[in-house]
Design a protein around this ligand. Sequence first.
Ligand code: NDP
Length: 455
Amino acid sequence: MALKNQYLIDLLETVKKRNPGEPEFIQAVTEVLETLQPVAEKRQDLIDAGVFERIVEPERQIMFRVPWVDDNGKVQVNRGFRVQFNSAIGPYKGGIRLHPSVYLGIIKFLGFEQVFKNSLTTLPMGGGKGGSDFDPKGKSDGEVMRFCQSFMTELCKHIGADTDVPAGDIGTGAREIGFMFGQYKRLRNEFTGVLTGKGLTYGGSLARTEATGYGLCYFTDEMLKANGSSFDGKTVVISGSGNVAIYATQKATELGAKVVTVSDSNGYIYDPDGIELALVQQIKEVERGRIKEYAERTSHKNAEYHEGSVWTLKCNAGSIKLDIALPCATQNEINEDGAKAIVANGGFAVAEGANMPSTPEAIETYLSNGLLYGPAKAANAGGVATSGLEMSQNSERLSWTFEEVDSKLHGIMKSIFKACDEAAKEYGCEGNYMAGANIAGFLKVAEAMKAQGCV
Ligand code: NDP
């Protein structure tokens, strides 16, 4: 969808000039502005209030040194980030990514996406994101703890239960959240819900671990049903083998599908008999190992391991036939060739567990081939929605049951699909859930920004 609206073309030019060397951020802004064209044409009041110009500029960006001492006594230095993007509808909220590829542009793209995603959840949460170029892989627990403590020593000056509430993301799971929470509590002498994704013994919510993967499947199920289909009997290709991929595999299987792949950054498993999830969990959650080991340890004789990206959809026996693709690893993992392979191998639906896993060319390929496409901001919003529910429980000083949280999550994912569907219809792009998600997410934040004046 090319930009034709002159006002938005000029704005995008300004964003490009102001944010050089940040291609992921420009990619995220471009996609949103393209789909907001019908809104810009209808809502001169939002243009007059400067909402479009303000929403693409983070309210605050914090960068800091994170020094720590490794197991050999050597000083290591990483760079920490927190981008507080937009607080129009609630405290900043968004995860912390620990991965060597992290730099300011990645955190800004994630923070920008988070603004719209959090708005879609129906809960009062603004958008933010943080992280570091620290790589937890191959580090001892002691090294991870010293890094997390150093990271929080600076971050604690900028966050708080009513200001900014970080959570997990790539490389930040229960272990890292625990170390960060402990350090925050020690430094501030406060036991508050300042982080979500906490352990169950100190304020965490049941079903938070499962929420992003489950939510992805609940959203996809709504999208399938609205188009006369379902997960039942379908073959699903999933990338990643982390938090999102594991619980998406579990829920898709529960809903009657067969998941035939999982992957990590080295390669992928193709198991035509259906992924043995307990083994993936043992390798990834318990042993922190590599997915390659699955092929050596599974009792499924036909399982194969291949180096490279799962989205080549190739295996020894031929090509991987599929119905539904759920990318759950990282940004831009599916390019145009990957999208074409999904179409050629029978895929009719793609829903994104990862943030921005499809390049613009891949999205164009889905849409021009009539695939059902559930964009990340809507499809993976179940994680942050359940973080919002964790915040509510912390404020109440109560814990809800697993069933209670899961049923609220299910209701939220249904309402997110409905909001995307209705906004797409209202703005003349029926069936384009990407446009619907961007428009619905934007309008709530935009109304709040207009009402609060030029801040
Ligand atoms: P994890 O760290 O638990 O797992 C990430 C998975 O993706 C691992 O299998 C990892 O493989 C793989 N991966 C990471 N980077 C790359 C890469 N550059 N190339 C190929 N594979 C890669 O993270 P999550 O499951 O939490 O996050 C996955 C995605 O979902 C991210 O895009 C995240 O932003 C998004 N997300 C997560 C939410 C959550 O609640 N956790 C909420 C909403 C979105 P390896 O082990 O080799 O690195």
